[in-house]
Write a protein that binds this ligand. Sequence first.
Ligand code: DP6
Length: 331
Amino acid sequence: MRTPRTTATAVAHANIALVKYWGKRDAALNLPATGSLSITLAGLTTRTTVRLHDGPEDRVQLDGVPAAEPVRQRISRFLDLVRAEAGITARAEVVTANDFPTGAGLASSASGFAALALASSRAAGLALPPPALSALARRGSGSAARSVFGGFVEMHRGERPDGADAIAEPVAPPEALPLAVLVAITAEGPKGTSSTAGMERSAATAPYWDAWVASAPADLAAMRAAVRAGDLARVGELTEHSCFKMHGLMLATRPAILYWNEATVAVIHRVRALRAAGRAAWVTMDAGPQVKVIAAPVDGEAVAAALEAVPGVRRVIRTALGPGARLVEEP
Ligand code: DP6
């Protein structure tokens, strides 16, 4: 019988997919239908402490208040996986906080489940190697498997039915292609359709579904090569292609999934104009109305200032590429 460590704190950052994940090949194990390739950010941080206790149920505090019941249950189901792997039954108290808006298409589930996977496995007495940690984080949220690692990260679709090969791995360190990353916040509220529900609907109803899945390996190979070559213009072009292809798929879903608002579209146009004027900047959007812009570091501040001037943009978060999930000292 293992002696649980009983408490641990972990930090993880959000990531942004340059080649997108949208759809599952197995919902129960949360196996993706396509691979994906992302950048882990230095900002947009989740900090999570897990403490085992003798009480009857898991307790979850999110951003300073008790989590809503569906969130608590999702976390509790995730903790069941950790308990099963560690051979323990103790319930946990989870205290987690994001330094950015939760649930607004800013990848809070990615940083959240990466931090939770690390803190809870450690609190339960496990010392999981990074691939096993990535597989565990994936069970919480597909994109969380990527936040385990820093810099440029590829998530593999995998072929095995048990999902053992559906894990992420580093592709290149942040220095391979330094980037300024700007997040234009156009709405602070929670998103309309969860990614999980939206993906299921796209797979069931979008006429382009098969083409989406079939074209992913070529996008991934091209992105991998562009990153390793340090070719920013190619990375930018491939990033916008994957993003617009995913949003086209969402629009062709029944009923249509539309995450953009007016300011989202205005930012897209502004970035195209900036590029025409010689700035190296490209957009990408996820399951929400925020626009993430990758830019050459030398252009970062000018692009950020231009985004702040777009009507409807509330604020712009400036960040860069950062490290993977890690344990930190208890507060
Ligand atoms: C649009 O990882 O949130 O951000 O696995 O169902 O939790 P679940 O989905 P999630 O989906 C992320 C979708 C995306 C694209 C991406 O990050 O690759």
